[in-house]
Structure formats: C-alpha cells, structure tokens
Design a protein around this ligand. Structure first.
Ligand code: ZN
Length: 121
C-alpha cells in the first residue's frame, strides 16, 4: 500500500500478476442487515453488496481504488486479476460493478474510457 495518484492510498502489485490470479484473498466479512445498521458511518463506505449479501471490505481490500478500466474484479471472497498486472501497477476494480451502496463520486482514474462520475447501478 502506498499513496495513489487516483485517490488516497492504493494497493500496488509487488510483482507481475497473471490474469485469473487471486490478488487479495479474504480481507472481507459478510455482515447481517443488523450488523450493517450498527456499523459506524466511516466503516459503511467500505461496504459492497455481492450476491445479495453485505460485504465489509477490510484492509488491504478496502484501499483498492476504482478505475473505469479496472485490472481486477472483486468477489465475496477475493479480488482476481482480469488481465496481467505489472509489478508496480496499481490494483483497481470497478466500484459500480461491485454495487457499493450509495456510491456517488467523481472519478479521477484517467482511463481513456473514464466515465467521469460513478454512481451505483
Ligand atoms: Zn474513471
């Protein structure tokens, strides 16, 4: 983890990662509706909804930044590379595809297909 040109701190590959490789295993917790209600506001921004379940991202997963041209994809268990990620490259996922509740943000990813403004689908 180090400072990211996209936002705050980001997660960077320390070696070349092949497409389909698990980039981050675990680092997430399924929460009940009750547990989500009692989460402090600063924790809620790290929630995703996957297969109808609330998933709380823990470090380092929660520091994976959004890109409109992501190189990884999150599931309820791990983040998987969708293409080769070179050593030193920042690991990114598409937040809209991960159904982050209440997502609404300006995107700074600088991808050629950047959507500019990201909202939950
Ligand atoms: Zn973007």
């Amino acid at each position: 983890m180090r400072d990211s040109p996209i936002h705050g701190r980001g997660v960077f590959a320390t070696r070349r990662i092949e497409a389909g490789e698990v980039v981050i295993d675990g680092c997430r917790e399924a929460l009940s509706d009750e547990a989500v209600q009692s989460l402090p506001a600063e924790e809620r921004e790290f929630l995703s909804v996957m297969d109808g379940h609330h998933i709380l991202m823990k470090p380092p997963s929660r520091f994976v930044n959004h890109s409109c041209q992501p190189n990884a994809r999150g599931t309820d268990e791990h983040d998987v590379a969708v293409r080769v990620i070179e050593a030193g490259e920042e690991v990114t996922v598409d937040y809209a595809a991960e159904h982050v509740p209440g997502l609404s943000m300006t995107c700074n990813c600088k991808a050629s297909n950047c959507r500019g403004f990201i909202v939950a689908l």
